[in-house]
Design a protein around this ligand. Structure first.
Ligand SMILES: [Fe+2]
Ligand SMILES: [Fe+2]
Length: 346
């Protein structure tokens, strides 16, 4: 899906651009765009001051090229009735105020493209809320008691798989944006990506469930890493990095102390930072020592971390993240990188 974002301030629009990238390719243009040189798009989002005459000129020239898009959504960044009225008068299909959260803007775009999407988005949000609560309780219990009860996680696996089958990965990633804790968001993103990926490569049902279950808990050990380290802006020094890396063995110990953890889960939690050339951690495994489930999870984990927005870094575009993975020659399974690339476009 191609989305065009018109903005009069790229810096201000950055969080929105990153959120729209969950939907597909997001091209950013400014008010002096030549619409005759733009390829058609599924939707256009205008994040502008609609009382500015140059915005009106830009949208009028867009109207002259009716073949370029299906729908135009306006975001009036000046919160005034005049701005909203002017935006609607410019012939937009819908208009929302500037304070709308980026993930809600994405849902609005989805609703514009397909008005029946409302129910799907609501179902996704319910499922994401339930899974986020389960992951939150898990981290809480791992951090305070050193053991966990996996029942709530197990109960989330089938709803996540169903939600993804019904609504697709983009909607899932967008529903997750509503959750404020980066670690929970990350676990839910990796679970969604793994599920999409496993379906694409044809994993049987039981293996898909094991993978999603493992993905939801893979960073469990972070519950025992000091918060200031998890939230630190900028890169970690050698000592901090060594502490951060213990999340793999800490998570493994928590899981081992808990009943119901299967071998795939234990393997994933301990080994998702191992690399095929032996340069990963904590055990320096290489080649055949790393299972397929772990290889797949590692790729989803790296892709997810790169494309997530954090307080200390912007989100990387999807195609750039795939290029980073393609450049990790000898470290990650190239067959799976190719499959991830194709599964994201599927
Ligand atoms: Fe990790
Ligand atoms: Fe991770």
């Amino acid at each position: 899906m191609a989305i065009v974002l018109i903005t009069d301030n790229v810096r201000r629009s950055r969080p929105l651009i990153e959120a729209l990238q969950n939907l597909g390719d997001c091209r950013v243009v400014q008010l002096d765009v030549d619409w005759n040189k733009q390829a058609p798009a599924t939707a256009i989002v205008a994040d502008c001051d609609f009382t500015d005459l140059s915005v009106a000129r830009c949208l009028k020239s867009l109207k002259d090229r009716q073949d370029i898009t299906q729908k135009v959504l306006g975001i009036a960044y000046r919160n005034s009735n005049k701005a909203l009225q002017t935006a609607m008068a410019l012939g937009l299909d819908a208009c929302i105020p500037f304070y709308t959260e980026p993930h809600v803007v994405v849902a609005a775009v989805q609703n514009l493209i397909n008005p029946n999407d409302g129910d799907l988005n609501a179902a996704m949000r319910r499922c994401a809320n339930k899974a986020a609560t389960a992951v939150g309780q898990l981290f809480e219990s791992a951090g305070t008691r050193g053991r966990i009860d996996l029942t709530a996680v197990d109960d989330s696996v089938d709803p996540i798989l169903t939600a993804l089958e019904d609504g697709g990965l983009a909607r899932w990633l967008n529903a997750i944006e509503a959750h404020d804790k980066a670690t929970y968001q990350h676990s839910l993103r990796v679970a969604g990506l793994s599920a999409q990926f496993a379906t694409y490569v044809g994993f049987p049902d039981a293996q898909r469930r094991r993978l999603v279950r493992a993905a939801l808990v893979h960073d469990l050990g972070k519950s025992q890493i000091p918060r200031e380290l998890l939230l630190k802006r900028g890169s970690l020094n050698a000592d901090e990095l060594a502490i951060m890396r213990t999340h793999t063995t800490l998570g493994y110990d928590v899981l081992r102390a808990s009943s119901d953890a299967d071998s795939a889960m234990l393997d994933a939690v301990r080994h998702h930072h191992e690399l095929l050339d032996g340069s990963g951690y904590p055990d320096g495994l290489s080649g055949d020592g790393i299972s397929d489930i772990v290889r797949l999870l590692t790729i989803c984990d790296i892709y997810s971390a790169l494309t997530e927005r954090r307080s200390y870094k912007p989100a990387m575009a999807s195609d750039e993240a795939v290029k980073v993975l393609q450049g990790m020659t000898g470290k990650v399974e190239p067959r799976f990188v190719r499959a991830l690339d194709r599964s994201l476009a599927a």
